[in-house]
Design a protein. Structure first.
Length: 287
């Protein structure tokens, strides 16, 4: 007696099933080609924790993939670390929010061109009761009051775009945390999400980007205390890593990503992203 195997058709009905199965597999292969048919159709984007944790990438990247067939693998870091990834050639493109650091990156020959993409703003968060009395619209005055009161303040301390903005504000307030830190000043060396969690659980003040704040759910007693100051403007730019520094960079695919972000389709996708009906980022690529 012969044992039948899944690879053998012994009867007429089995032959019919095999032919139908073979036809179906061929049709499926034509409609859904294997991933290996387009090797290397992905790029690595070094970006900020704010774009990742706000949910923006989860909103944008499927639309980009549908338009181009290019997969994007995001590494979410502080802006300084993201730019360092670009300097090492470990990313094909950077998408960050520290214009001064971005300008240096391009001037040093690590990036092709900075292109403005969008903006949002920073907000100063703190306990609803506001024991340091900072509530208002002047961020420099608010930081001065934080220092005078010795209020608990969580700094990301991670060389991110948010950390760079925070240090600029402390400097404008006549305070240099690196030299003489305010009494309540604490650095967590962490991303925006963990910093928000620390502030919420300890009743501390914190500078955050609005996108991360709107997507944050574990708010506790935190509230927005200072907003609207022009010094809290937070622009984002995209830069393709220079192939002259790193020939292995996927320049063509990276450029396609940068071009899509500033295209009408990309800008419309950015503008359409909302949480609770509130827009998180505002396109500003220009005409």
């Amino acid at each position: 007696m012969r044992a039948a195997t899944s690879a053998t058709c012994l009867h007429p009905i089995d032959m019919t099933h095999c032919r139908l199965l073979a036809f179906a597999l061929v049709a499926l292969a034509l409609v859904c080609p294997a991933a290996s048919a387009q090797p290397g159709r992905f790029i690595v984007v070094a970006s900020t924790t704010s774009t990742e944790q706000s949910g923006l990438f989860a909103h944008l990247l499927p639309a980009f993939r549908r338009a181009t067939g290019i997969e994007v693998r995001v590494v979410a870091l502080g802006t300084g670390q993201a730019l360092d990834m670009g300097r090492r050639g470990d990313a094909d493109v950077v998408f960050v929010h520290d214009p001064a650091a971005e300008a240096r990156f391009v001037a040093e020959g690590y990036g092709l061109q900075r292109r403005p993409v969008m903006f949002n703003d920073f907000v100063l968060l703190g306990p609803t009761a506001d024991p340091a009395g900072v509530r208002g619209r002047d961020i420099v005055v608010a930081f001065g009051r934080l220092a005078k009161a010795g209020a608990a303040f969580v700094s990301r301390g991670d060389n991110s775009g948010t950390h760079a903005a925070e240090l600029r504000i402390w400097k404008d307030a006549g305070i240099v945390p690196g030299a003489a830190k305010p009494i309540g000043y604490r650095e967590c060396g962490c991303g925006m999400g963990p910093a928000l969690n620390i502030a919420a659980s300890t009743g501390a003040y914190l500078l955050a980007d609005r996108g991360s704040w709107l997507s944050f759910r574990n708010r506790g007693d935190l509230a927005v205390l200072v907003e609207g100051d022009q010094r809290l403007f937070n622009p984002y730019g995209v830069i393709v890593v220079h192939p002259g520094r790193h020939p292995h960079v996927k320049t063509e695919l990276a450029q396609a990503f940068a071009d899509w972000l500033v295209s009408p389709a990309g800008q419309a996708s950015i503008a359409s992203y909302r949480i609770g009906g509130e827009q998180l980022f505002f396109p500003n690529a220009g005409p």
